[in-house]
Write a protein that binds this ligand. Structure first.
Ligand code: ZN
Ligand code: ZN
Length: 199
């Protein structure tokens, strides 16, 4: 049979649904996830925040600056790996990793890669793992110029997220069009700091 990986036309290796190169890519992607996850965590620590650094180097920026893309990539990594572990655990009749720790989840899946490669959902698995690695890599790319999420917009009735946008020369604004001038950043920053940002 043919490899079930998207846009691949190679023959699958015996007893699996993936060809050797696709299986090897899958293995590599799984191996990179724990490192990418750690790197995402590091990006979310106060030392890597943006807005308050621009406002004042003396102010503490704890907890107000969250990079949405990084937060999302990290959460999706944990959720996706957990659900594949649950599928393996159920299919094999073995317990899934007790903790939702990305390194443990990835190691669990890597150890059952042959079984997963033969599973009807092998193509979906390979695609999702590649997507996780790709999304995290992209989210961590400092050149991507995407908005850096700072917190929910404090304007009454607005539900958009305030972001620092490197692609517009560092403009600070929310998705609904509220914009803050540099002289307003300090008061904005303290308003954001007082809000609970639920990622
Ligand atoms: Zn293939
Ligand atoms: Zn707004």
């Amino acid at each position: 049979m043919h490899c079930v990986s998207a846009i691949c036309t190679d023959l699958a290796t015996p007893d699996t649904r993936l060809c050797a190169p696709c299986l090897s890519t899958l293995r590599t992607n799984l191996r990179t996830l724990p490192g990418l996850y750690k790197e995402c965590e590091r990006m979310l620590t106060p030392a890597h925040t943006g807005l308050t650094e621009r406002i004042s180097t003396t102010r503490s920026s704890t907890g107000i600056v969250l990079d949405e893309a990084v937060v999302e990539a990290r959460g999706r990594m944990r959720d996706t790996l957990s659900s594949w572990c649950a599928l393996v655990a159920e299919g094999r009749g073995i317990p899934a990793p007790a903790e939702r720790d990305v390194a443990a989840l990835a190691a669990f899946l890597t150890a059952r890669l042959d079984w997963l490669a033969a599973h009807p959902a092998a193509g979906e698995f390979a695609a999702e793992i590649a997507e996780l690695a790709g999304d995290a890599t992209e989210a961590l790319d400092p050149r991507r110029g995407r908005a850096r999420g700072l917190g929910p917009c404090p304007r009454p009735g607005c539900t958009a997220v305030v972001a620092l946008r490197p692609d517009t020369g560092g403009r600070v604004g929310c998705g609904s069009g509220h914009v803050w001038q540099p002289h307003e950043w300090l008061s904005l920053s303290s308003r954001l700091a007082r809000q609970e940002y639920v990622a």
